[in-house]
Design a protein around this ligand. Structure first.
Ligand SMILES: [Zn+2]
Ligand SMILES: [Zn+2]
Length: 273
């Protein structure tokens, strides 16, 4: 059983109402050894998209984190992370964030949520394209640009995030159709010695696979990628460690024999049982 969850949110994120302590108690109930909070920091999130606030109160977050880390230190390890939503024009903002706050985090996740001022989570992104395949392709092209924009991270989150939101009827996503834009991302991750995240929210959304899907994970492995992190992306207590019992056999079948979590940005390797 996988006993660490390295991607979760609480009410310090604009899209969660859950007190941090409830997530921790859920982690203890689920038998986890370690949880890493990764609150959203999505600078310049387009206002028209959502009333949620995706800026982050770094100090309030740290204060509560330290209080609860101490309170539960005998029961579970609690780590301090952040999920940075990158956009190509935010190089300076991301650099300034890292210079000012980067040191305090155990773990930094690189995410692409907003493309061309639209988050595919909302319908307007796909509606702006006559061909949904072009919309998907563009997402991957922007993600690669974002990886060059901000390099101070340990893992790349939910690589096929875009596929969660393809308009219905949901066509099965085939790696082959997008290989030429996905391979450069995987090669970049490997060459920079970063990790690829396996995010079980795909299963939560009723998809066949986690994010990224089996085909992309196989391709990553084939290209030499071995470093993966694992997270549920839970925003509610019941979503913490979501479907983790399915994950170990799924990953071992592809060839992975271990995963990584980070403490003070140093990798801790865990063998998949
Ligand atoms: Zn995300
Ligand atoms: Zn997240």
């Amino acid at each position: 059983m996988i006993k660490t969850d390295s991607h979760l949110h609480s009410w310090f994120s604009g899209d969660s109402d859950t007190p941090m302590e409830e997530m921790i108690l859920s982690g203890i109930r689920s038998g986890l050894d370690s949880v890493c909070f990764t609150e959203h920091f999505d600078p310049d999130f387009p206002e028209a998209e959502d009333p949620g606030d995706f800026t982050l109160d770094f100090d309030a977050y740290e204060e509560e984190y330290l209080r609860l880390k101490k309170k539960y230190e005998d029961r579970i390890e609690i780590l301090h992370g952040v999920e940075v939503g990158v956009q190509p024009h935010l190089a300076r903002t991301c650099r300034e964030f890292y210079e000012e706050y980067g040191d305090r985090y155990d773990f930094i996740i690189h995410s692409t949520h907003v493309v061309d001022r639209l988050d595919p989570y909302y319908g307007a992104y796909f509606a702006s394209y006559s061909d949904p395949k072009k919309a998907v392709r563009n997402y991957f092209e922007v993600m690669l640009e974002n990886l060059h924009t901000f390099d101070h991270y340990q893992t790349v989150a939910h690589l096929d995030y875009i596929c969660r939101y393809e308009p219905l009827p949901r066509t099965p996503f085939h790696y082959e159709e997008y290989g030429e834009v996905i391979d450069p991302i995987l090669e970049h991750i490997i060459s920079r010695d970063k990790c690829l995240e396996v995010n079980t929210a795909g299963w939560k959304y009723g998809m066949e696979d986690p994010n990224p899907n089996r085909q992309i994970l196989k391709r990553y492995f084939e290209l030499g990628g071995r470093k993966i992190t694992i997270g549920s992306d839970g925003h509610k207590p019941e979503h913490l460690a979501y479907d983790f019992s399915r994950l170990s056999p799924f990953l071992r079948e592809i060839g992975f024999d271990r995963y990584i979590y980070f403490r003070k940005k140093e990798p801790c390797q865990i063998i998949l049982q």
